[in-house]
Design a protein around this ligand. Structure first.
Ligand code: PLP
Length: 419
């Protein structure tokens, strides 16, 4: 049968065919930079995926699961073995008792866990508090779920917009929020606060004191914490990760989000999870079920094996990342970047004032220069802020790469001439 109606272009003009929500955000800048890295043959220090192998035992477990015909849908909220392993590790790492039957939802990555949680708990008119700079997904997550974002700034070393001139490795990079500013962001409409510790892009690891301050506000205003802890094991200089769910009064109001991507270097497997009290989990599970049905069944089996790796695996993970961090820091400093030294996660935010305007008017122009002329892909700082001007003097480097990759990036960056 032939189509006999008016030309499709006419219909498109008559009626808005895309949603107002989808029109309010762009495609991911981070993932766009990966495409540009491929186009220009640049070293990709933009997107946070490792260029090295994942653990052999975990890959073997995935192969074995496929050979054993674990090919059909897992239980929608997650394979039992994986949920049991998550509950066991929550107890081991955070001292939290979690019921794998009622309090865990396995999702397609922590990305899906976050949007499922947002859709499960927010209503139009609700507000969510988001620290900025923020991992770029949280903005669209808020729009898609209909919640109004309230941004609260993290500022380096208290107030200043510049990093400290750093020589050592742990003497700066402390991004702090102003307690009064945070308090002012809470009101009767506040439904949740989104936390990310260790933090992307700043490398901040929230302290107990800070988390207790946030806890007090959550309790006072009856607000939930949605906490993205996917860099839990990537810590430096003695920094300790603390889950806000462990603080008095927070267990019942926290959704803790984590996943395999970063800890086991398998970002493409898309296995993550949300841990929350049963009353929240049942809402999250419903959203998750109708969004994606479930994460890949054989990879969930491998997830259970990953979560059974010995303590030495996590120690080596952190030690290897420390080496990578220090390698990139040295290269960046030698080229004239001022660096915010991360205490966790695998990114270095930099201040690019020394390169402007010689290599571009702002972060976007400088990023284009870097990818096309210098051969290094990074993420413009503006993609981490609600107001792009706030990030116009910053770019982010990812160092989840082999040392030779980082060394090659440093060689290329050395061609830049900072005054
Ligand atoms: C803070 C943060 N959350 C979530 C993600 C994505 O995690 P997943 O691969 O589990 O969806 C990233 C990836 O860079 C991230 O930095």
């Amino acid at each position: 049968m032939c189509y006999a109606g008016p030309p499709v272009s006419e219909i498109v003009q008559q009626k808005r065919l895309t949603s107002e929500k989808a029109d309010r955000f762009t495609e991911s800048v981070i993932r766009e930079m990966t495409r540009q890295a491929m186009l220009y043959g640049a070293v990709n220090l933009a997107q946070g995926f490792p260029d090295f192998a994942g653990p052999e035992e975990v890959k073997e477990a995935a192969r074995a699961a496929i050979s054993a015909d674990i090919n059909q849908y897992a239980i929608t909220w997650g394979a039992k073995k994986l949920r049991d392993a998550i509950a066991r590790q929550m107890k081991l790492w955070q001292g939290l008792d979690v019921d794998p039957e009622t309090e865990i939802t396995v999702c397609c990555g922590s990305t899906e866990a976050m949007i499922s949680a947002m859709l499960a708990v927010t209503n139009p008119g609700d507000e969510v508090v988001i620290f900025e700079p923020f991992y770029e997904n949280y903005g669209p997550d808020a729009i898609l779920s209909g919640a109004g974002p309230r941004f609260v700034k993290l500022r380096p070393s208290g107030r200043s917009a510049d990093p400290e001139p750093v020589e050592g490795s742990s003497d700066s990079g402390e991004w702090c929020f102003d307690p009064d500013e945070l308090r002012a962001a809470f009101n009767a409409h506040t439904k949740a606060i989104i936390l990310n510790t260790p933090n992307n892009p700043t490398g901040k690891v929230f302290t107990r004191e800070e988390l207790e301050f946030i806890r007090d506000l959550c309790v006072e205003w009856n607000v939930l914490a949605l906490t993205d802890e996917i860099y839990e094991h990537i810590l430096y200089d003695g920094a300790k990760h603390l889950s806000i769910a462990t603080l008095d009064g927070m267990r019942e109001r926290t959704v803790t989000i984590n996943g395999m991507s970063k800890t086991y270097s398998v970002t493409g497997w898309r296995v993550g999870w949300a841990v929350a009290p049963a009353h929240l989990t049942s809402a999250i599970r419903k959203v998750h079920d109708f969004l994606t049905v479930g994460a890949a069944a054989p990879l969930q089996e491998a997830g259970a094996v990953a979560l059974s790796l010995p303590e030495s695996y996590y120690q080596k993970l952190a030690a290897d990342y420390r080496q990578r961090r220090d390698c990139l820091l040295a290269g960046l400093r030698a080229s004239g970047f001022r660096c915010f030294v991360p205490r966790g996660a695998y990114y270095i935010m930099t201040n690019i004032a020394a390169f402007l305007p010689r290599y571009g008017a702002d972060d976007l122009a400088f990023t284009q220069h870097l990818v096309k002329e210098t051969g290094v892909a990074v993420v413009p700082g503006s993609s981490f802020y609600n107001d792009p001007r706030d990030g116009a003097g910053q770019v982010r480097f990812a160092f989840c790469k082999q040392l030779p990759t980082l060394e090659e990036a440093a060689r290329r960056l050395a061609r830049l001439r900072a005054p």
